[in-house]
Design a protein around this ligand. Structure first.
Ligand SMILES: C[S@@+](CC[C@H](N)C(=O)[O-])C[C@H]1O[C@@H](n2cnc3c(N)ncnc32)[C@H](O)[C@@H]1O
Length: 294
């Protein structure tokens, strides 16, 4: 017998505004011009300075990447990062921003739109307060603000240059339902997004070891009942390409885990704290968790 699921009656998922609509340019040459305008205004970079920091991949490049545009100056930080695994050095380094930006352009903006479709499918169409943690230049936060026009979006980030760029993109978008915050300022967020951030948090008891869950659970304490959590983290990224800011082991639930085996312990911890896995997007990106009402 055909089983009718509750979600069959839910509004049809659709991306209302994608990357091109919001930024007036798709992810290639046109967006590169927007990005140049932004860093020229915010950081005073000249055309020549920009062109060596964000340029098309060439066959002779030794850089291992799937991105059509490469970021040679942030890739050059890889060796020292692997040696030190020191977040204080990395996130303050003037060349770090290019890695964060490329992550947003080529991976996380797609993850946000995928999450939007899943949430919509489950009838979650009207969040009121959204928190986007470690959100780079805020491209993913702006997509949420655009697609949930009745919501207020809070963007958070620690790198000053990326924060300046967020303000530039915000102004250009004309969106007013989005603000920069340094920490959660409400206790009733109904949507939290953590894209490529939890694997960047160092354990406060031992250098070079990550702690992906303590800060996450603290942040999730600021949510109301029936809220949703969008999570995306590629812990194995170092195996595939240049990934800055990751650790080789992580402390979760009283045990040190290798970076290759993180999904299970993290999801078990989320589950133990009342966050049930709901659905994942294409290729597992992103993963959506729903808070169980008490
Ligand atoms: C890989 S990038 C991801 C950016 C964005 N979430 C995305 O997915 O496009 C990681 C970001 O986290 C920021 N970050 C690192 N540690 C942080 C912390 N403790 N609090 C907030 N942001 C942090 C970095 O500056 C960087 O922009």
């Amino acid at each position: 017998m055909l089983k009718i699921k509750k979600t069959d009656f839910a509004p049809k998922p659709k991306i209302r505004a994608g990357f091109g609509t919001l930024f007036g340019a798709n992810r290639g040459t046109k967006f590169t011009e927007v990005l140049f305008e932004c860093v020229n205004d915010c950081l005073g970079l000249t055309r020549e300075e920009f062109d060596v920091r964000w340029r098309k991949w060439r066959p002779e490049d030794k850089i291992h990447t799937v991105r059509p545009w490469v970021q040679p100056t942030s890739d050059a930080l890889k060796e020292k990062w692997l040696e030190t695994r020191d977040p204080d050095w990395l996130y303050k380094h003037p060349e770090y921003i290019w890695d964060s930006l490329a992550c947003s352009v080529y991976r996380s903006t797609g993850a946000t739109l995928g999450a939007y479709n899943i949430l919509y499918k489950h009838g979650f169409t009207n969040p009121k307060y959204i928190f986007d943690w470690g959100a780079g230049a805020g491209l993913t936060s702006l997509l949420l603000a655009k697609n949930f026009p009745k919501a207020e979006v809070h963007f958070s980030e620690i790198n000053e240059d990326l924060i300046a760029m967020f303000h530039w993109f915000k102004k250009r978008s004309g969106l007013t339902n989005i603000h920069h915050v340094t920490e959660p300022v409400r206790d009733d967020y109904d949507l939290v997004q953590a894209l490529e951030i939890i694997e960047h948090i160092e354990w406060d008891r031992r250098k070079k070891v990550g702690d992906p869950i303590t800060e996450t659970l603290k942040l999730l304490d600021h949510t109301s009942n029936d809220s949703m959590f969008i999570l995306c983290s590629d812990f194995k990224a170092e195996l595939k390409w240049t990934a800055l800011g990751h650790f080789i082991s992580y402390w979760v639930n009283g045990k040190e885990w290798p970076y290759t085996h993180m999904q299970k312990p993290i999801e078990e911890e989320l589950d133990r704290h009342g966050w049930k896995f709901l659905e994942k997007g294409f290729d597992g990106i992103p993963r959506i968790f729903a808070k169980q009402s008490e």
